[in-house]
Ligand binder design. Structure first.
Ligand SMILES: *Cc1c(COP(=O)(O)O)cnc(C)c1O
Length: 407
């Protein structure tokens, strides 16, 4: 196995298989390989497509979701990307959006029509929880937040028939895994949306789309991996949810633009090799941190402080990714040291070719009171590192600088 993880799908291989497939349901831009095939797709910036006659137009209307007429609805590159991403999720239906948040907005708007209560579980991306509060207010529906799926057991009997549940796995910044299978077993009739951004692509052992109604992912992170585009997708097995999201996208105009779609396809072509390198660097960095005297705690999926989740981690993901959160000892002046790093940049985001570092209390959780931060276990000693593709020596020497104490 290329990634040292038995059974882990290769994104390149899945893309190759799409082009070899003779499946007639596959949309127009997917061509089987032939002598003279371009290796990279063409960038077509046209906003409108011409029809030869009214017959061709009516065929396009009948095949609305797989044809190309106006670029706010779809385009060749978008359909190509959607076919690739659907293949990653076992031929579900995919909608691509101009950002992860646009995908989350579409998923929430579509599902809220069917729900009476919205429940969120575990820590959430700040803008997602903001958007959920806004939507709950707008729709005048009840909003409940729970710390863990366990808390649902007590609440279960008092819940309405169809709650909408939104959660992320793994969570940020402490990288805890949510047991989506047990959630589905507990509430079989609920509507579940799962954000798998921190998992990345092709890192899902349980085929999460079989347990969640909609799976959303920000491609701005691991999938694009170059910090040069915003993008997101939503996949579902449910045709009617897919059609609703597609219509939402068409009405709101939040489809991914063609240049970004091209760049995302470019990024998928290097996905395996990027992830392979990130996984192997993460292993080395974890060992380095474990033996550093100025590290108090390390958070990584299924290990270190999250060791109690080892079994769940092994059952659900192929690897833990390249984001590592840790607590530096009180001897370390994190504010000062983080400004002295040579190749690691202090910036939000993760999963890219650039090593990025942040103090969540000063970045993603900026503006929260000390007490609010304390309840989620954050202070200025907690650091989130996202590994990039720099030579490991550079990363490790930056960590030496970061963890220097003032003693
Ligand atoms: C970044 C992120 C988002 C939002 O994605 P954008 O592409 O920035 O809109 C949503 N959820 C999680 C977990 C993220 O990390």
């Amino acid at each position: 196995m290329p990634l040292g993880q038995a059974g882990m799908p290769s994104v390149t291989e899945l893309i190759n298989r799409v082009h070899l497939s003779t499946d007639s349901t596959i949309g127009c831009p997917i061509k089987p390989r032939h002598p003279g095939s371009p290796l990279a797709p063409s960038i077509n910036l046209s906003c409108a497509n011409e029809f030869a006659d009214t017959e061709a137009l009516s065929i396009a209307h009948e095949n609305k979701y797989s044809s190309v007429r106006y670029a706010r609805d779809s385009s060749d590159l978008i359909i190509q990307l959607e076919v690739y991403l659907s293949a990653l999720h076992e031929s579900t239906s995919t909608c691509i959006f101009q950002s992860g948040m646009a995908a989350i907005d579409a998923a929430l708007t579509t599902c809220l029509k069917h729900a009476e209560t919205i429940l969120t579980v575990g820590s959430l991306y700040r803008k997602s929880s903001g958007l959920i509060k806004l939507k709950a207010d707008e729709c005048k529906i009840e909003y409940i937040h729970l710390d863990s799926i366990k808390d649902l057991h007590e609440l279960k009997t008092s819940l309405p028939d169809k709650p909408l549940i939104f959660l992320e796995t793994p969570s940020n910044p402490f990288l805890e895994i949510q047991d989506i299978r047990s959630l589905r077993a507990l509430l079989p009739d609920s509507i579940i949306i799962v954000d798998i951004t921190l998992q990345g692509l092709a890192n899902d052992k349980i085929k999460i789309h079989n347990f969640a109604d909609i799976v959303v992912c920000s491609c701005t992170k691991y999938a694009s991996g170059h910090n040069d585009i915003l993008a997101g997708y939503a996949v579902t097995k449910d045709e009617s949810l897919f059609k609703d999201m597609w219509e939402f996208r068409s009405m709101r105009g939040c489809i991914l633009d063609s240049l970004s779609a091209y760049l995302l396809i470019r990024s998928l072509r290097t996905y395996d090799i990027r992830i392979e390198r990130l996984i192997s660097s993460a292993k080395v960095v974890l060992e380095f941190l474990k033996y550093n005297r100025n590290i108090d705690r390390i958070y990584f999926p299924g290990s270190c402080e999250n060791l109690r989740q080892e079994k769940l981690f092994r059952a659900t993901q192929f690897h833990g990714g390249s984001v590592i959160t840790f607590r530096a000892s009180s001897l370390v002046n994190t504010r000062k040291n983080i400004s002295s790093l040579l190749s690691t940049k202090m910036a939000p985001s993760f999963g890219s070719i650039d090593s990025l570092i942040e103090i969540p209390a000063l970045m993603s959780h900026w503006g929260k009171s000390k007490e609010e931060l304390q309840t989620i276990g954050l202070d200025e000693q907690v650091i989130r590192l996202s590994l990039g593709l720099e030579p490991l020596d550079y990363i490790l020497s930056d960590l030496d600088l970061l963890l220097k104490d003032h003693a």
